[in-house]
Write a protein that binds this ligand. Structure first.
Ligand SMILES: *[C@@H]1O[C@H](CO)[C@@H](O)[C@H](O)[C@H]1NC(C)=O
Ligand SMILES: *[C@@H]1O[C@H](CO)[C@@H](O)[C@H](O)[C@H]1NC(C)=O
Ligand SMILES: *[C@@H]1O[C@H](CO)[C@@H](O)[C@H](O)[C@H]1NC(C)=O
Length: 448
């Protein structure tokens, strides 16, 4: 389709939006303003590559409609004052107009282009407007990546037009993704869009029911590391706090694929995102945790830990282990003071089959985690201390004979005590550094 406009005078933003909507829906509507005036949609050859805006400067006199609070049908050739609300009546196929309230949202909020929302656009402004919208709608553009779709959908809703639902969007995206014609760039953009959508619980489930999980797993197995990274990102976001997706993913073999990718992927960015997906998959899901352990998950993690000099991955791994230990702990403690239902018993039973602590001891984590204390980042050290405390029940013997751990604890204690004191002088009562000192103290008490 091609947008052409002659005589932009008197065209309101609603028209711009309406035009956009028609354009987006590829409605086969040839004219908005009748034969000779204002915005005209012209069909173009397939592909949408060639959209352009032409603005003719000649201005014909238009018969202007005076909108009221009620909808009235627009006649061909009628102009509409700026600020009016225009909709397409889907029953009659005719355009209707009434007084508008909130035009230009997309404009002013997203792009800050127009100062006066009530003024009409000059042909030049209109031209820029159409260009901008088209740019935003182009999947390869930068603006597309910042998801103006969300904004556009709001505008569409305001115009009471048909809105493409998230499920429809996802179906379209997945079809495009699956098309043999799609380039890698296009696929990456699609993954970005999906990642945004699957934060909503039901969207993530829709992704599964549309067969999207399989695409993500294929993406992980891709030789292009950008596809690996983005697929892992979508997967991790879809899995986060979403038991239905967690179950579907395990059933689809996601755990094995993630572990394989984690063990073989080279780029740091890929490892980071895959680790995120693994953590999302395991969280509050003892069944997956058990399989993670039996499939050598801790072995893969320890290789990753040893190879990570910077500490980012180390910290994420240690945090993940800490989370797993403490969620199991919480479940078993909850049984002590509450009368709980059968599902709780089932959960306790499932967690009892996750022999994480024993595996940690066996696989050498009692001496690995202390290495994170050597980092210079306060945050990393804090995470290490919390994990060390959580692992203490099985690791105590090893901690006591680990001279470098003992040395680290002594010097960190001095350091954080000083820092906590200076913070206290400034008047900061519950200081972060004091908290770290408390963690060190707690650990030393256990080790006595
Ligand atoms: C791929 O592109 C060709 C021409 O470029 C077209 O004929 C074909 O229908 C396209 N296939 C798909 C699956 O879109
Ligand atoms: C992907 O495309 C193939 C054929 O090109 C088709 O058989 C398959 O069903 C499609 N998958 C999805 C999930 O759309
Ligand atoms: C991963 O890719 C390889 C080669 O590209 C292929 O042989 C293998 O079947 C794929 N594995 C899965 C689980 O898709």
């Amino acid at each position: 389709m091609r947008l052409t406009t002659s005589n932009a005078r008197g065209a309101s933003f609603s028209y711009v939006t309406l035009t956009l909507l028609l354009w987006m829906h590829c409605c086969h509507i040839a004219s908005i303003f009748g034969q000779e005036s204002a915005l005209i949609l012209v069909e173009n050859t397939e592909g949408g590559e060639e959209e352009e805006v032409r603005v003719d400067e000649d201005e014909g006199d238009l018969d202007a409609v005076q909108p009221t609070e009620d909808w009235q049908t627009l006649k061909p050739g009628q102009a509409v004052p700026a600020g009016s609300h225009v909709r397409l009546n889907l029953q009659t196929g005719q355009r209707e107009v009434r007084l508008g309230e909130q035009q230009l949202k997309y404009w002013t909020q997203e792009h800050g282009e127009a100062e006066e929302t009530q003024s009409s656009f000059s042909p030049d402004e209109l031209k820029r407007a159409m260009k901008k919208i088209q740019e935003d709608m182009n999947p390869d553009s930068v603006a597309y990546k910042y998801r103006p779709l969300e904004e556009l959908k709001r505008d569409m809703a305001q115009l009471e037009l048909l809105v493409e639902t998230d499920a429809q969007i996802m179906r379209r995206l997945l079809t495009q993704f699956n098309s043999s014609n799609s380039t890698t760039e296009q696929r990456l953009n699609i993954l970005l869009e999906l990642e945004y959508l699957v934060h909503q619980v039901d969207n993530a489930q829709t992704l599964c029911s549309l067969g999207g999980l399989q695409f993500m797993l294929e993406g992980l197995n891709s030789s292009d590391f950008r596809l690996q990274e983005s697929s892992a990102f979508v997967l991790g976001s879809a899995l986060a706090s979403n038991p239905v997706v967690q179950v579907k993913a395990v059933e689809s073999g996601a755990l094995q694929m993630l572990l394989t990718t984690l063990a073989t992927a080279q780029p740091f960015q890929v490892k980071k995102k895959v680790l995120f997906a693994v953590a999302s998959l395991l969280r509050h899901f003892p069944y997956a945790q058990r399989h993670f352990l039996s499939h050598g998950g801790l072995q893969v993690l320890s290789e990753l830990f040893r190879a990570d000099g910077g500490g980012v991955l180390r910290t994420r791994i240690v945090t993940m282990l800490y989370d797993m230990i403490s969620e199991k702990e919480l479940i078993s403690q909850a049984g002590l003071d509450l009368v709980l239902d059968a599902s709780h018993e089932e959960r306790v039973r499932q967690y009892s089959m996750v022999s994480l602590q024993e595996e940690l001891l066996e696989k050498g984590w009692c001496s690995l985690v202390p290495q994170l204390l050597e980092s210079t980042e306060h945050d990393y050290r804090e995470k290490a201390l919390r994990a060390l405390l959580a692992m203490a029940p099985v690791c105590l013997e090893q901690y006591r004979s680990d001279s470098s751990l003992l040395g680290s604890l002594l010097s960190l204690r001095d350091q954080y005590q000083d820092m906590a004191q200076s913070e206290m002088i400034i008047g900061d009562e519950n200081s972060y550094f004091a908290e770290i000192v408390e963690l060190i103290d707690a650990l030393e008490v256990k080790m006595k």
